[in-house]
Design a protein around this ligand. Structure first.
Ligand code: PMT
Length: 221
């Protein structure tokens, strides 16, 4: 479209699935490809925003004009995001952050033996929750990846994490969520309003999300 309606805005997008190391050769992660977050970064840059993309490992090329900060673990993502937070206007958290990490990372490759093995996990910080607690001028957009009770679970996340907008995807639907080029989402607002969007390409959905961010910044929706 060529419109530069995000000029004057600095935005922070997170993307990809964090990796939580078990030992030097193994990790725990999830099915995020990074496509949703990279699409958001690409469209924001095209619309004139200054864009920081805090990215967990993906196989995607960094979109033109986007400043990328590569991280691996949830803890590294947390630190990168917190450092940038005071200077940004909008945060969109499309990354799939691991909720747990191995309690210890073995220094050497773990040897197999005849018995089974138990891996002890501890909780990662909820980055978005921390952002919600420290929110000042920023507009905060979260995602919710659900496999059941989509709207109910998403409503809990929007209030608990103090969000301005939440994009909820039912990741069990064909063409939605992890890995696909398309997504199928509901958009939720803190006042309880819910909008159902049709199945869309992730780039097209990103444009819609930025449209809604701009409307919110203008005090409308
Ligand atoms: O990357 P793709 O293959 O394109 O797939 C896109 C996607 C399915 C990953 C994306 O659309 C999506 O839903 N991202 C959020 C996935 C997720 O972690 O959802 P959640 O419901 O577990 O978490 C809710 C929100 O809290 C998310 O914005 C998440 O970034 C954030 N969170 C979660 C845990 C944590 N420790 N810190 C966080 O900030």
């Amino acid at each position: 479209t060529g419109k530069k309606d995000l000029a004057q805005n600095t935005v922070l997008v997170t993307a990809g699935g964090t990796r939580e190391p078990i030992d030097p050769v193994r990790y725990i992660s999830n099915r995020s490809s990074g496509k949703m977050g990279y699409a958001l970064a690409e469209t924001a840059a095209k619309r004139g925003a200054k864009v920081y993309l805090v990215s967990a490992p993906t196989s995607l090329a960094v979109p033109a004009g986007v400043h990328v900060i590569n991280v691996e673990t949830a803890e590294q993502m947390y630190r990168a995001v917190m450092e940038l937070y005071p200077g940004v206007d909008v945060v969109v958290k499309a990354a799939a952050v691991a909720d747990y990490r191995p309690r210890v990372t073995a220094a050497q490759k773990i040897k197999k033996n005849d018995a089974g093995m138990v891996l002890e996990l501890e909780k990662n910080t909820d980055i978005l929750m921390e952002l919600g607690k420290r929110k000042k001028h920023q507009l905060l957009v979260g995602f919710a990846a659900e496999t059941e009770d989509l709207i109910k679970n998403a409503r809990e996340k929007i209030s608990k994490k103090n969000l301005d907008l939440l994009v909820a995807n039912d990741v069990t639907r064909p063409g939605a969520g992890f890995g696909s080029d398309t997504n199928l989402v509901h958009i939720l607002y803190p006042d309880g309003k819910v909008e159902k969007l049709p199945l869309m390409d992730k780039l097209a959905l990103s444009e819609v999300i930025w449209d809604k961010v701009i409307r919110l910044k203008e005090g409308k929706k």
